[in-house]
Design a protein around this ligand. Structure first.
Ligand code: MRU
Length: 365
């Protein structure tokens, strides 16, 4: 996507051909800075500390991280060490494991001296495919928005949670891709952006993206969505996903489930948009089986922001000494999901719906 007319991707091979550059998302929305990742450890830290975040992007970063690790040690033990290090960074998004498995699958058949170059090229292919998948998700999702617009005959109000835009992928995004495609096609769309405490990906990242691309939007507190739905202010919800089961249960940023409940109560369509790399074909019960990342309580007890003088400050917002919990994701059961927008089309949120789009997986489930 473009920022001030310059096309960007969230991750790109650096000019030296031996490292990658990423957008430092911890600096947004107040500063747009690139950061170079040259080693396995730098890639692992970038994923863990959320310099990069969003399921598809951490998958691609892990793939490049594996390649960077192999530059130092391309032995079988080196492959194992790099895969273990990267897989341990964040447990919920399946794209990370999927990307590592894909790069590692054939590595041992490659000459040791060629392994780093092979992995770097494979990471690049995963990145290119992610761009194509997300663009296709955008086209399929925009068709839903076009139909809704025709039915309503007025501007559409879409609610989204967290950031599932181009910053969370390599380009285009998942939940925001339909909005970008619809906006470019002239369909009037306005987005209600959940702030998404505790890390504020909505307020900081989704709002930054929509601002940069001229898409009308309003940031709301996480608790406002149900009220807006009751008053006819939301026509459709679209969210991304970090892992979706073969049975259509959608795991996404904490708070997504509550939005789906409110949408169901108000008969508002609720879609999840995701590429095939987000589907975990081995799982059938998202609530019971998906590991939910528990992050540092400081993300809840403290807030970082810009001061009026332009400086930055971190302040405490919770009563000192009170225990804090910080589960980072939740699971929306398939029964609350109207449809799953993928690069192959829109599936009903159940095994049959997903298998109709991915018939090659029939033997896997
Ligand atoms: O903790 P984050 O910021 O990595 O969580 C991101 C999300 O939950 C996104 O909605 C999800 O990864 C889908 S991204 C296209």
């Amino acid at each position: 996507m473009n920022i001030d007319g310059t096309p960007y991707r969230t991750i790109l091979p650096a000019a030296d051909g031996a490292s990658v550059e990423v957008i430092d998302q911890t600096r947004l929305p107040f500063a747009f800075e690139m950061k170079r990742l040259a080693t396995l450890d730098e890639a692992a830290v970038a994923i863990r500390t959320m310099i990069v975040r969003g399921a598809p992007l951490i998958g691609v970063t892990a793939a490049y991280g594996l390649a960077l690790g192999l530059r130092r040690d391309a032995s079988d033990a080196g492959i194992d060490h790099a895969v273990e290090t990267l897989a341990a960074t964040r447990p919920t998004a399946i794209n990370l494991r999927w990307a590592l498995d894909r790069v590692a699958a054939k590595l041992r058949e490659v000459e040791v001296s060629e392994r780093a170059a092979y992995a770097f090229a494979e990471a690049g292919r995963i990145a290119e495919e992610d761009v194509e998948s997300c663009h296709a998700i955008g086209r399929h999702g925009a068709a839903i928005l076009a139909d809704l617009h025709e039915a309503k005959g007025r501007r559409l109000n879409v609610l989204t949670h967290c950031n599932a835009g181009w910053l969370a992928t390599v380009d285009w995004g998942t939940a925001l891709a339909p909005i970008y495609v619809a906006h470019e096609a002239g369909i009037p769309v306005h987005v209600y952006v959940d702030e998404t405490r505790p890390r504020n990906q909505g307020a900081a990242l989704t709002a930054f993206e929509l601002n940069a691309h001229g898409v009308p939007h309003t940031v709301i507190s996480d608790n406002a969505g149900g009220h807006l739905m009751q008053h006819g202010e939301i026509d459709v919800c679209i969210v991304g996903s970090d892992r979706t089961t073969a049975s259509g249960d959608v795991c996404n940023k904490i708070g997504t489930y509550l939005k789906a409940l409110a949408a169901s109560d108000n008969r508002i369509p609720f879609y999840a948009a995701l590429p095939f790399s987000t589907i975990d074909w081995t799982l059938t019960d998202g609530v019971a089986q998906i590991p939910i990342e528990e992050r540092d309580g400081r993300e809840v007890s403290h807030l970082t922001g810009r001061l009026a003088d332009g400086g930055f400050a971190t302040i405490e917002v919770v009563s000192p000494g009170s225990p804090v919990a910080n589960p980072a994701f939740d699971v929306t059961p398939a029964r609350l999901v109207t449809g799953i927008i993928t690069e192959r089309g829109v599936a009903s949120a159940d095994a049959e719906g997903l298998l109709a789009l991915y018939p090659e997986r029939r033997s896997a489930v």
